[in-house]
Design a protein around this ligand. Sequence first.
Ligand SMILES: N[C@@H](CCC(=O)N[C@@H](CS)C(=O)NCC(=O)O)C(=O)O
Length: 216
Amino acid sequence: MKLYSGPLSMFGAKTEIAVREKGVAVDVEHVPFALTTLYEPKHPDVARINPKQQVPVLIDGDLELFDSTQIFEYLEDLKPDPPLWPRDRRARARARLLELKSDEVFFPNVVLLMPRQRALASEAQAAEAVGAIHAFYEEMERVLDGKEYLAGAFSYADIAFFMAQFFAGFLGASMPSTHARLGAWRARVGGRESVRQVTGAMVQFLKKHGLSVAAR
Ligand SMILES: N[C@@H](CCC(=O)N[C@@H](CS)C(=O)NCC(=O)O)C(=O)O
């Protein structure tokens, strides 16, 4: 299998962590990416396979997939053990919703803090994004009441939110230390070998470009 990701891709990192957790043999290739030109020019395979021209893209023989959540679903079907969605139907539905909320409710606010988007946004829009990020942290602190991971056992929901909050952290909107459950969760998830490898490589990439980030 081949996985196209990027050196600073939040969605790509989700899938890189998932393949490591699943123990699936995958050749990971980072497409060209620079802080100035971002993903231009697009990698030809990514441009051909994904009409949105985005990473991650997974190729397994004649199966060509894109979108990190679609890739999660395929990995789960391909290798059910260890499970990364809860087995219970209702718990699984809740976990899927948490993963979606991380990508589509929380992360868009983080994207607004990225240099290009921030330069185009007003102070009010940036403040609104930071407010929404903190409201989400509070919600996840409540979700973690009585749990070690967001959906009970470690799941794709944890992978998604760990990566999203990692980006929020180095863009200046990290979770406050007053959220004790979230802090413990972050240490628990961040300590996993899969997560250490993927975020470690990102930290190195940022350092190489003169940007510092505390490894979280
Ligand atoms: N919903 C997609 C989002 C993918 C996405 O936004 N990928 C970014 C990198 S993190 C990308 O390739 N951006 C390049 C572009 O949009 O031109 C997923 O879950 O995979």
